[in-house]
Design a protein around this ligand. Structure first.
Ligand code: UT7
Length: 335
């Protein structure tokens, strides 16, 4: 078995900043409610005509990650693309990225695991690198939420939370046989699939069917979230999967140098921080600036933490995610 490591990181967010006050002009909400319940101050939304899409943002993040890894797109053996908001229903974002980056005929895989998408994608990349099948895997998490949210008071419980952006990591075979990605841990529980979901358009809810039904009353084409139920499950699963990862490596909470939780809600991150008694410098949050960017949230946060010098060689970095499906997972990395 080979050792795998993250050799490069990058992120991209659209320039257009949307504050809580901006949202309060579109729906019955306010800055105090949003900050108190979620910690979010602002998020980025793609602006029509700014040239961005899910795959284009992914490419921008990927180019930075490649440069930092000292690689070019020609070095990449495999593309893994995680999103819940692809440019088109099919084909997936992986081949869009491949085309935009002129990457020949390397395989491209799409991961559909919502907020856990990046951790799932890292896990897949890790297996391929550890077994020796591939040397460099490009992993991207990217989301364009803003075009598909209900920006009226009806959708306020969901729409104020989500933002657009992309993050990327290159997972590479390591020269050293120590450290790197130590292990990944994945779970899902489909019985809760309807608690955070977007029904259509899909084969279960095609566009003609949606249009035939009264669009005022039937809103399967906007995301639905049972917020409190999701919150309660999130805090339990985050804790479990972090502990599972630590125990699998004979480590404990006191060994964590940096926890990068999926940025779902600042209150969830703070709950975990308090439960594990982690000091502020051992948990990284940036939901205040970007909202919840789903599959992009961990790579954006990981990149920013690394850029700020908060992750150093030898540090134990823990990634943890929970979201729609429900799906959840963790990755334990010795930097
Ligand atoms: O990333 C994937 C995983 N997602 C999560 O982990 C999200 C987990 N859930 C949450 O983060 C929280 O449940 C939310 C932030 C979504 C909601 O916070 P909450 O404290 O659970 O609020 P709530 O849904 O219980 O709503 C409380 C009140 C309601 O009014 P009434 O019924 O008490 O009169 C809502 O209608 O707040 C109202 N409300 C709002 N008010 C102002 C809901 N959204 C808003 C809003 N602005 N944007």
């Amino acid at each position: 078995m080979f050792t795998s490591k993250i050799s490069g990181l990058g992120h991209y967010v659209p320039e257009n900043v949307v504050t809580n006050d901006d949202l309060s002009k579109l729906m019955d909400t306010n800055d105090a409610w949003i900050q108190e319940r979620t910690g979010i101050k602002e998020r980025r939304h793609i602006k029509k005509g700014d040239g961005n899409s899910t795959s284009i943002m992914g490419v921008k993040a990927a180019n930075i990650a490649l440069e930092r890894a000292g690689l070019t797109s020609d070095d990449i053996d495999f593309i893994i693309f995680a999103t819940l908001s692809p440019d088109m229903y099919f084909p997936g974002g992986g081949v869009q990225v491949q085309d935009l980056m002129g990457m020949g005929t390397v395989p491209a895989l799409d991961v559909r695991n919502q907020c856990s998408g990046f951790v799932y994608a890292i896990s897949v990349a890790d297996q391929f690198v550890k077994t020796g099948m591939y040397k460099h895997v490009l992993v991207i998490g990217s989301e364009n939420h803003s075009g598909g949210l209900d920006m009226t008071t009806r959708g306020r419980g969901v729409s104020v939370i989500f933002g657009d952006g992309a993050g990327a990591a290159v997972v590479s075979r390591s020269d050293s046989d120590e450290g790197g990605i130590l292990s990944t841990h994945l779970h899902s529980e489909g019985k809760h699939k309807d608690e955070l979901a977007l029904q259509g358009p899909s084969t279960g809810k095609w566009v003609p069917e949606i249009i035939a039904e009264n669009p005022q009353d039937d809103i399967p084409y906007y995301p639905y979230m049972n917020g409190q139920f999701v919150f309660k499950n999130a805090v339990v699963r985050f804790s479990e999967v972090i502990m599972e990862g630590l125990q699998a490596n004979g480590l404990s909470v006191s060994d964590i140098d940096m926890l990068i939780p999926h940025q779902a809600n600042l209150r969830i991150s703070q709950f975990i921080q308090k439960k594990f008694q982690l000091s502020d410098d051992r948990v990284f949050n940036n939901i205040q600036k970007y909202g919840n960017t789903t599959a992009a949230s961990i790579p954006i946060a990981l990149t920013e933490a690394w850029e700020a010098g908060k992750i150093k060689k030898g540090d134990l970095v823990v990634l943890a995610a929970f979201g729609s499906g429900f799906t959840w997972g963790s990755a334990i990395i010795r930097w």
